[in-house]
Ligand binder design. Sequence first.
Ligand SMILES: Cc1cc2nc3c(=O)[nH]c(=O)nc-3n(C[C@H](O)[C@H](O)[C@H](O)COP(=O)(O)OP(=O)(O)OC[C@H]3O[C@@H](n4cnc5c(N)ncnc54)[C@H](O)[C@@H]3O)c2cc1C
Length: 512
Amino acid sequence: MLRYRHAVRLIQSRSYSAGAAGSSGGTGDEDKHPIRRTFRLLGNDMRKIKEFFVPKDPVSEDQGDRILTQSKFKFEGERTRDPTLPDEFQTHCDVLVIGGGGIGSSIAYWLKEKARDGLNVVVVEKDDTYAKAATRVSLGGLCQQFSLPENIQMSLFAADFLRNAREQFGNEVPLQFTPHGHLCLAGEEQAESLLRSSQLQNELGARNELLTADRLATRFPWLNTKGIAVGCHGLEKEGWFNSLALLSNFRRSASGYGAHFVSGEVVDFDFHSQTDISVVGDAGSDEGNYTGLDKAIIQLSDGTRRTCKFALCVIAAGASSGQVARLARIGVGPGMLQVPLPIDVRKRYLYAINTQAENAPGMAMPLTVDPSGTFIRRDGLGGNYICGHNSAEEDVGDKMAVDPQYFDEHIRPTLATRVPSLGEANVVDSWAGLYEQNVYDENGIVGAHPYYHNLYVATGFSGHGIQQSLAVGRAISELIMDGQFRTIDLSRLSFDRLIVDQPMYELNNVLS
Ligand SMILES: Cc1cc2nc3c(=O)[nH]c(=O)nc-3n(C[C@H](O)[C@H](O)[C@H](O)COP(=O)(O)OP(=O)(O)OC[C@H]3O[C@@H](n4cnc5c(N)ncnc54)[C@H](O)[C@@H]3O)c2cc1C
């Protein structure tokens, strides 16, 4: 973090001596803001570049060396445009999305839903089994109990969308949305912040109630309120859903609209220098010195390497996003490129437990989050529950094995205190998941990269990414097609905040 801040200051002192400090987020002296100025100047160039590079009819080009994409993805209900025709490797595209998890597939869905044949969208996914993807293991929790308006609005949109999902996706892959409130508990120290956040959430359209310890004890007799000052209980628009089913719907609909899903890994980029471009505000880029992103080098699952030339590229590679960004010299290049995409992998465990205790919580149990970070919700009927723990510890490695001691050391003691009837529950299953932690401020990074005119980023959502995937996909599609956010303004979550060192801390990171 220190090195990171040092890099930021270095860049600020070199390039932003005038007008930059404190001007992130779209207020005040926007005209002087070097990054926005750059975007304006580059806007026209970008359009020209896109027209120049994207052939009118990509299919008619490069007939000789086409091969099949060999996508193995066979989720229920996936359809291609014409099942009798093989999908073909796209040597050129308008938008290349790196990563086909919840976020990347949502971006493809929204782009194609709006543009249909007007945009050629390619999604590259390195593992069609999604064995290590966060989307596969997510708990699918949806709630509005955040402190930042952007996060609240994104989750409100998800609730609305999920309620009417059949209209968008059809009936084939049910999302299994279970409407149910979340209950976030706070001790004396966090009570004030919980109160303020609840007020904001309700102003923005969420509906929740604040319950004192006494009222909590009456409402939820299975809960031990020792050390709890207040709880925030969601009354509507919250619940949980099957995140793999959501991914399946995104892919199925996007491919139905003509998006191409390639089974392969982006292993490098090809660059090209553009003498007519300079990046204002970047001391490392004088006129004639700009090197842009041109092509992605993709290693297909059969080991062959192909290139795909793109007009625009989106990094949505989950926990690997920082690595992919480094391929684009982000974090290792000069000037603005010194600032890395601060995404690291975090490992979390989930446990399925069962109890037949008579006084165990029943159907009315909300998804309950203890101030310690331990969370639990029921899983259907029959005394089944799913629980886990979010810690601030830096979890290590990307192995998927579950630590056999973890439950007894970190979760059972809290469960035994907070929900005594679950203290002796049996662990019947356990699994590990990896997610994309933004180690700068633990919040999503959404939007254009300040140096590359044709690169967007959508990652870093930590424990709340699948519920936000709907809004994030739509937001990126707005940026690409309309040049600005149209529905929810996510400009404060852009990469710019890393450059000007303005963190956007989320106080109520429910599952981060
Ligand atoms: C245990 C656990 C519980 C969670 N619970 C919740 C919850 O209740 N609610 C909630 O909203 N969120 C939850 N999350 C978080 C949520 O799952 C993630 O934020 C979200 O799924 C992230 O989606 P993604 O597409 O960014 O990442 P991923 O799903 O990880 O997808 C990224 C994809 O990129 C691919 N990729 C990586 N590098 C490359 C490359 N070079 N080339 C091609 N492809 C590449 C990967 O193979 C992967 O499939 C949870 C996460 C975990 C781990």
